[in-house]
Design a protein around this ligand. Structure first.
Ligand code: 5GP
Ligand code: ZN
Length: 117
């Protein structure tokens, strides 16, 4: 039984109701390109089930998420020719969370790109 929030944009993406550029999918995890990338190749990795923040994600999903982060991180670096990679994760509005379905940002970085995260 999936955990879905009918108001959540990422739940709609998981359900295929809103299109996205999917780059990784398993039974429990989905990754797609961010619609407003910091750099081309900026990817989002998330549990398919709706958990509002990092602290709500069951620890049993840790292995699936870590496998996805590693695979997507490698693919993003290879596809973009990046020199580095940031993993970023925001919880609650005070920390910059806009979409309340927990997700991880993988952001390709380039030598001296001047980006301050
Ligand atoms: P947050 O600030 O919550 O950590 O990040 C939310 C991210 O989701 C933002 O980087 C934003 O560009 C991205 N985003 C928001 N709506 C959509 C959408 O409909 N499709 C995709 N692919 N990304 C989205
Ligand atoms: Zn959701």
């Amino acid at each position: 039984m999936s955990i879905v929030d009918s108001e959540c944009i990422f739940c709609k993406i998981v359900a295929g109701e809103i299109p996205c550029a999917r780059i990784y999918e398993s039974d429990t995890v989905l990754a797609f390109l961010d619609i407003a990338p910091v750099h081309p190749g900026h990817a989002l990795v998330l549990p398919k089930d709706h958990y509002p923040t990092l602290m709500d994600i069951p620890s049993g999903l840790g292995e699936d998420l870590f496998r996805a982060l590693s695979a997507v991180g490698g693919a993003v670096m290879q596809a973009t020719g990046a020199d580095g990679l940031n993993l970023m994760q925001n919880n609650f509005e005070a920390a910059g969370q806009l979409v309340h379905h927990a997700h991880f940002h993988l952001i390709p970085r380039f030598a001296e790109d001047g980006l301050k995260l």
